[in-house]
Design a protein around this ligand. Structure first.
Ligand SMILES: Cc1cc2nc3c(=O)[nH]c(=O)nc-3n(C[C@H](O)[C@H](O)[C@H](O)COP(=O)(O)OP(=O)(O)OC[C@H]3O[C@@H](n4cnc5c(N)ncnc54)[C@H](O)[C@@H]3O)c2cc1C
Length: 199
């Protein structure tokens, strides 16, 4: 086994930051990333430390890394897990909170302030699973069936943007409800064993 290499922490940070700056990363960002990578080495998490530097530099040179952190990714497109260690689910409360947060960040940055970190306020989840059927998990209260479906529908309409949208959706839902018209068709065919790929 090879001997571990010892390096002065300040010099290590400077080295990493300089490498990033040389490929176009803004100085403040380069210093932040350098600190995090050096910290990873200190914590013994080598896989995220300086050993990654050549790979990151190569990726930046190839245009595969966004050097503009002012661009925000939110909603279903984002993978965000710093709060719990688990990625936040792709549901509308996450997308709405992230949307508001991103808007506030962009306005703040226009005023010269730094973007703030996102914290998710988990008020619970609701999902509809069919006509008159839904599940609601409000942490302190779990319920399902018709009551959950009515509340799901009410909350859904409440959060739509604009009175006209609310009215249109309400009308469409009412029409679909009385005519049994299915908005989305689900594939419910049984899984066929012969569809499995050959071993
Ligand atoms: C069938 C289904 C049922 C769901 N049920 C629930 C539920 O019961 N409860 C719940 O909390 N969540 C539910 N979700 C999840 C919820 O809808 C999503 O998490 C939420 O809509 C994500 O919001 P978003 O803004 O990230 O993306 P979206 O709502 O998908 O918005 C992205 C928008 O960008 C537009 N767009 C895409 N590409 C471009 C482009 N190139 N240029 C311009 N515009 C573009 C799209 O048209 C779309 O309007 C459900 C999702 C699905 C598909």
């Amino acid at each position: 086994m090879s001997e571990p290499v010892r390096a002065d922490l300040a010099r290590l940070r400077y080295f990493i930051a300089s490498a990033f700056e040389s490929v176009g990363m803004p100085a403040a960002d380069a210093r932040t990333v350098a600190s995090l990578m050096a910290e990873a080495d200190l914590q013994g998490s080598d896989g995220h430390g300086v050993i990654r530097l050549p790979q990151y530099v190569k990726r930046i040179r190839a245009g595969g890394v966004n050097l503009h952190p002012e661009i925000q990714v939110i909603g279903d497109l984002a993978n965000f897990s710093h709060q719990t260690g688990h990625p936040l689910p792709g549901v509308s409360p996450v997308a709405m909170q992230q949307g508001r947060h991103a808007a506030a960040n962009i306005l703040g940055m226009l005023d010269g302030r730094k973007p703030q970190r996102f914290w998710y306020w988990d008020k619970g989840s609701m999902a509809t699973i069919g006509k008159n059927k839904a599940v609601a998990d409000l942490h302190w209260l779990h319920f399902s069936g018709l009551p959950a479906w009515i509340i799901w529908a009410f909350v859904h309409i409440l959060f739509l943007v604009g009175f006209r949208n609310r009215l249109v959706v309400l009308f469409q839902w009412a029409w679909a409800y009385v005519t049994f018209n299915k908005g989305a068709r689900l594939i419910t065919r049984n899984f066929q064993s012969e569809m499995r790929p050959p071993k």
